[in-house]
Design a protein around this ligand. Structure first.
Ligand SMILES: *Cc1c(COP(=O)(O)O)cnc(C)c1O
Length: 341
């Protein structure tokens, strides 16, 4: 089977060699199978001596459709197919992990893709956008002012993309089907976790990942590290998705005040390090030290901020000694190229 060569690859890491598959079929069984084969690792290297920290390597679920984007796209791809759409249309910035994943998913599963990109076309494309173009995505650049209107209903139709039978996916894959895909991840974690964790830490951009996990997992507390100055917006988004999914989650009632309070306390706002995609020198040093000691690669926009937040909370004694913490590696490694040559 020719698929095997494309669909398998070897990772040589601290834990030895792992052979992982890839998302080569668009059906629930194969997808859950891939999710169940994602490895968990102890974060070693003496970085967190008092606390037992693990990482779930969802960056490895697929070489191209990486991390949480794989989960957020899954039901969107199924829905696009159900509607008979031939083209996926989405939007993002020049280094967007979501744009990269959508381009890859389109070429893998037979959709044309159109990416509406924030800002004027630069003389030289970012590595992310040239990958996207190579994977067949048609790039459509819009001014920052125009891009700000991306939430408006007719944003895509106004652009006259001539995209034919299109299926629209919002920035970051943050829609209800995206959250439902993350709920699959929550179920897989509950089924596969190697020890009983006290907390799961995740990065928050739109908050869809945090929402999907918090609305699914009832035995483990989910902590979200906001990687941008989000104010209340992530919390509001989570509550909104929660109320729309309520019938599917009989255990949780997001209208309850105590539930909202718990959610608010589980969203940590102080670790954006200056704002979205800000990567000050001290954070770079933390990043390089972390990778040298653990052998686990992180991206500069999301994962490094999660580990910096966790490390700070541990050093302040805010996490009981002996706690078992799982960190979700939500991917983003293609975006390292913006910062680390
Ligand atoms: C997109 C992304 C996130 C943000 O996920 P949300 O569901 O939008 O909160 C987190 N981590 C990585 C690596 C990402 O690429």
């Amino acid at each position: 089977m020719e698929g095997i060569i494309i669909a398998s690859y070897l990772i040589c890491g601290g834990g030895g060699e792992m052979l992982l598959g890839a998302l080569d079929q668009l059906d629930l069984g194969s997808f859950i199978g891939a999710a169940k084969s994602v490895p968990y690792e102890r974060v070693g290297g003496g970085v967190f001596p008092e606390v037992e920290v693990w990482i779930r390597r969802d960056d490895l679920i697929d070489p191209l459709i990486s991390g949480n984007k794989a989960y957020k796209l899954f039901y969107n791809l199924i829905e696009a197919r159900r509607r008979g759409a031939s083209t996926l249309v989405t939007c993002g910035g020049a280094w967007s992990n979501h744009i990269h994943a959508v381009a890859a998913a389109g070429s893998r599963f037979g959709y044309r893709t159109v990416g509406v990109i924030r800002g004027e076309k630069p003389p030289k494309l970012s590595a992310t956008l040239s990958d996207a173009e190579r994977m067949g995505m048609v790039l459509h650049f819009v001014s920052r002012m125009e891009y700000r209107k991306r939430g408006e209903k007719d944003f895509f139709s106004r652009l006259d993309l001539q995209a034919g039978e299109s299926y629209f996916i919002p920035e970051g894959g943050g829609n209800l089907l995206g959250v439902e895909g993350i709920q699959l991840l929550g179920e897989v974690i509950e089924d596969t976790m190697p020890v009983k964790f006290d907390q799961i830490w995740v990065a928050c951009g739109t908050g869809a990942t945090f929402a999907g996990l918090s609305l699914t997992m009832d035995r483990v507390r989910v902590i979200g590290v906001e990687v941008l100055k989000a104010g209340d917006s992530i919390l509001r988004g989570v509550c909104e998705w929660g109320s729309r999914l309520r019938c599917a989650n009989k255990l949780l009632d997001v209208a309850r005040v105590d539930y909202r309070t718990a959610l608010r306390e589980s969203l940590i706002g102080g670790y954006h390090c200056g704002g979205y995609a800000r990567y000050p020198d001290w954070l770079r040093s933390f990043h390089f030290d972390f990778e040298a000691e653990t052998g686990i690669p992180l991206d500069p926009v999301y994962m490094v901020k999660v580990f910096n937040g966790l490390s700070d909370r541990i050093s302040k004694g805010e996490i009981p000694i002996g706690s078992r913490i799982l960190v979700l590696h939500s991917g983003g490694l293609q975006g390292r190229r913006a910062y680390i040559k």
